[in-house]
Design a protein around this ligand. Structure first.
Ligand SMILES: Cc1cc2nc3c(=O)[nH]c(=O)nc-3n(C[C@H](O)[C@H](O)[C@H](O)COP(=O)(O)OP(=O)(O)OC[C@H]3O[C@@H](n4cnc5c(N)ncnc54)[C@H](O)[C@@H]3O)c2cc1C
Length: 323
């Protein structure tokens, strides 16, 4: 294993290798990543939806080296031609196994192919074998890293909703909730064969939505609205989709102030819905168009407090992730 030895950085930025590869179902491949650098891995508290980054080679190209990287590593890396620098993509830490130098990070990759084209992340996972390497960007123990958005605070009721790209995060969260947690989780997946058995608190209803060839979001969107007692609402037009949609209590990709958004949202919700949704915390992730539509329904139509939601576009139909 290469020793890129970037200990001056506040995070892990180093090569890891696949130590176990398992085809979970038609749309998911589970890869356990291991490496000496993971002795330094650590998250303070539950990892919930902790995101990490992986760098894949460009096709048959080399895996880029980050040897000697300093704080300007990202700019330096981006200046290199794509055939040399490869592709960075975002994933979720599904599970952490083992400890010390034997620590393994489990990542569940969605295998997607559209019109014969798959992105570099999906292609790598689809062909992964034990010993294959990627570069990992992940939290270093004892150092603030960020990347956990699930923050329900004192919410009395949870709503977790997402498509297959959010399945690893939702399953990781479900497995780390207190036994007393209540609420519901909606997980839309391509086929019924992708449904997983996941441990979850008894008070959290888990609903799998296999779409069996229907468009992404076509089951998730109505299921979430019905759960919240809202009538059917249209999906959004392509030009209305924010491809970088990321709205959490701490950050808004549209630049919206959280406080003023609460005031606006509170002005004209559907009659009675504000009270009905008191105490709700909603975490919603997946295809940006679907998440944009759900955001509109929850914040604008139902008047859910912006401080009680996280809406995250995990991918955008027809658009490769920027790295
Ligand atoms: C915080 C966060 C956590 C994430 N966690 C995970 C995770 O644990 N597992 C996981 O698999 N993904 C996860 N994703 C989503 C993943 O980063 C994207 O799907 C990413 O686009 C995959 O990269 P790629 O190289 O395969 O495809 P890209 O090169 O980015 O895209 C190529 C083409 O494929 C399409 N595409 C991308 N993803 C999908 C998809 N899922 N289904 C259909 N078409 C698609 C794009 O629209 C584009 O047309 C996460 C994203 C974020 C932001």
């Amino acid at each position: 294993m290469s020793q890129t030895a970037t200990h001056s950085l506040p995070m892990i930025l180093d090569e890891v290798e696949a130590v176990r590869v398992e085809r979970l179902s038609p749309s998911f491949v589970r890869v356990e990543l291991g490496g000496a650098c993971l002795a330094d891995f650590g998250v303070a508290g539950p990892s919930y939806d902790q995101r990490i980054k992986l760098v894949f080679p460009d096709g048959d190209g080399p895996l880029p080296s980050f040897a000697g990287a300093d704080e300007s590593w990202f700019g330096t890396w981006m200046e290199r031609p794509v055939e040399e620098r490869g592709h960075m993509r975002t994933y979720t830490l599904r599970e952490v196994r083992g400890e010390g130098a034997a620590t393994r990070l489990v990542v569940d990759f969605v295998i997607h192919v559209e019109d014969g084209e798959a992105g570099p992340g999906s292609s790598w996972a689809a062909g992964a074998s034990v010993g294959d390497r990627v570069v990992l960007l992940a939290p270093r123990r004892g150092v603030e890293y960020g990347g956990i958005e699930f923050e329900p605070g004192s919410a009395s009721r949870l709503l977790l909703a997402g498509d297959e790209t959010a399945v690893p995060a939702i399953c990781a969260v479900l497995g780390q909730l207190p036994v007393s947690a209540t609420g519901a989780a909606f997980l839309e997946v391509p086929t019924s064969a992708d449904v997983q058995t996941v441990p979850h608190p008894e008070g959290v209803e888990v609903v799998w939505l296999p779409r069996e060839g229907e468009p992404v979001g076509s089951l998730l969107h109505p299921a979430v609205l019905a759960h919240l007692g809202a009538g059917p609402a249209p999906l959004v037009e392509p030009e209305e989709v924010d491809p970088d949609l990321w709205e959490t209590p701490a950050y808004s990709s549209s630049g919206e102030e959280v406080e003023s958004a609460v005031a606006v949202a509170g002005q004209d919700p559907s009659p009675g819905s504000g009270h009905r949704l008191d105490g709700l915390y909603a975490w919603i992730a997946g295809e940006s168009g679907v998440v944009t539509a759900l955001r509109r329904a929850l914040v604008k139509d139902l008047g859910v407090d912006r401080r009680q939601v996280a809406f995250m576009g995990y991918w955008r139909r027809g658009v490769a992730m920027r790295s």
